[in-house]
Design a protein around this ligand. Sequence first.
Ligand SMILES: [Fe+2]
Length: 338
Amino acid sequence: MNPRLPSFLKTALLATALLGAGHAYAASDSEGIVVYNAQHESLTKAWVEGFTRDTGIKVTLRNGDDSEMGNQLVQEGSASAADVFLTENSPAMALVSNAGLLAPVASSTLEQVGAAYRPAQGKWVGIAARSTVFVYNKSKLTEAQLPKSLMDLATPAWKGRWAASPAGADFQAIVAAVLELKGEAATLDWLKGMKANATAYRGNSAVLKAVNAGQADAGVIYHYYAFVDQNKTGENSNNTALHYFKHKDPGAFVSISGGGVLASSKHQQEAQAFLQWITGKNGQAILETGNSFEYAVGKGAASNPKLVPLAQLDAPAVDASKLNSKKVVELMTQAGLL
Ligand SMILES: [Fe+2]
């Protein structure tokens, strides 16, 4: 093994050797890896630059969204060009995992991430996280009028007053959490209430903009949309505030962005090294210092200091590998939302 390799990489390579991966790794004869990336392009680019700088391993990115790339991987099967899959949310990763397409993640990588931020069975690992929030227009709602639970938003009191982006993977991950926590019948009822009460927009940025402009009193989105906007001009969020449901409410759901290595990859060691790097010190530090405003999930890793700390969000416990995107699409279609 190259003595100049950083120690985290040696650990990763040893771990993958134990998993039965092929020949010993040498940066000079590496063809590099292909990453199917559904995470935000700017965040993944920062990860790739740091990884290539530290290891010499080249990375080719193919960008898309969660459901598009998840379905593509299932269709391509073992013929896929992908070595690694990165998602924004867990359901697309669970889809690929359930199709039997993922190699186990090296245990040294799993150990870098808190148990709450990875699925129980170790087929993939959390790389970042995002929190559900209720964003509201400060001149439309007072703090006393805020809902106690996400489930309240299906009641007649909220008719015509909130917005969401039901077609997006972000919102569908929240619905998957409701399904996992409340069961099918209660989820379908909630979705029917949403259909009656909420206005649909395309994308969470459009939801934030509508709430800021007072076209909707409130919306259900992820936290980082507001922080990213505040970090720029604030023009789409200055009239808004964020309400965190907490109390293990379904609306306090924290969605895990995932990373997995394809079992069909011919570059197992490099692919495992990439996940090891992202979840390690340097990879997680990009979440603390960069402009993504997503949460770090590495043990001992700090998130951006502007964020409400992850530990204070009192999120419900949800096994990310159980989030079922197919059932969510079925129920949302039945409720008339898709
Ligand atoms: Fe998003």
